[in-house]
Design a binder for this molecule. Sequence first.
Ligand code: GDP
Ligand code: MN
Length: 396
Amino acid sequence: MNLHEYQGKEILSTFGVRIQRGIVAQNAQEAVAAAKQLTQETGTSWHVIKAQVHAGGRGKGGGVKLAKNLQEVETIAGQIIGMNLITPQTSAEGKKVHQVLIAEDVYYPGESETNEFYMSVLLNRGTGRNMIMYSTEGGMDIETVAEETPHLIFTEEIDPAVGLMPFQARRVAFNLGLSGLAFKEMTTFVINLYTAYVKSDSSLFEINPVLKTSDNKIMAVDAKVTIDDNALYRHKNYVDLRDIREESAIEVEAGELGLNYVDLDGNVGCMVNGAGLAMATMDLIKQAGGEPANFLDVGGTADAARVEAAFKIILKDPAVKAILINIFGGIVRCDRVAQGVIDAYKNMGNINVPIIVRLQGTNADIAKELIDNSGLDVMSATEFQEAADKVQQVLG
Ligand code: GDP
Ligand code: MN
């Protein structure tokens, strides 16, 4: 589950991580009230207005702006709320902004220069260990840094048996070129950040930038936080943080129906039971010259109701030009799935894309017969290759 910046920062703050403070606002009036409150609490006179959408690169798209007085807060908040924000990480249509974070300006001048760093905490799947990835090149797109100046990216792997060791936190501060107060601040920041990552059961923290202020404080100016869905049952207080407006409408609906569905860009819809077979089926579609329009795992119980629900979900995607159903009948019998496909097809009435059904396993031959004799525009196949050939044929 992905969080908004303001939600991620709140979680960080509860673990003692210093953050750029802010208050979320739904409209221009709330933005002005928030700015006044921040001025009272922090003494700041400038504010940053930050679009809250689940996408990075907001600054580049005009979703992060500095306001130097309350009038500007009102005007800028009014402009950003309701806009369609297009960033390098959104689709071409962009994302609608429903709310903004009014934050204190933390780039104020002072005894030293401000400095932006990059820091993330994530699982290194290669070693099976959590790691802190960090760089002196903050505020920039980290993929670009990785490509052009990979020597400026450092990692610190954490041994799960002992956790993050103090010397590791000091090494981070050292590699970032810090000294004095900023060095101490950074070690505290790193330790608290790692604790927050573990205790919140997150799968990703990305703080870009981590800022060294002109008075040598270290704080999170941005926060991308992803909570591991499988651990949400341990964090009932996080469940309400989900903002379904930010998620694909089809995916949300599929989730409610208990279907494992991921929207993709291609033209061949697929309906499969089991994640492994779904992956293999997507490869098959590519081999046949198509592109998968989705990943859809209907799960172990591929009965008529689920097949129909899955059909409806797949057909919501206007890009779908053909549907490939690939079901292995192990626990479910193929003839029952075939009957489910036929019933769903008849119930839905207006399916006007070709359908290829491959049923293999228990009672596959009866299933094929049922499909072939149904009189519907459904092609049956028993072998993988046969299914691929038919996909190729209908795509022309
Ligand atoms: P992103 O573009 O979605 O990654 O959003 P960020 O939260 O990282 O903000 C983008 C940029 O806005 C940062 O890299 C900063 O340069 C700038 N920014 C953020 N907060 C402040 C602030 O308090 N004052 C000023 N002057 N700039 C800020
Ligand atoms: Mn950022």
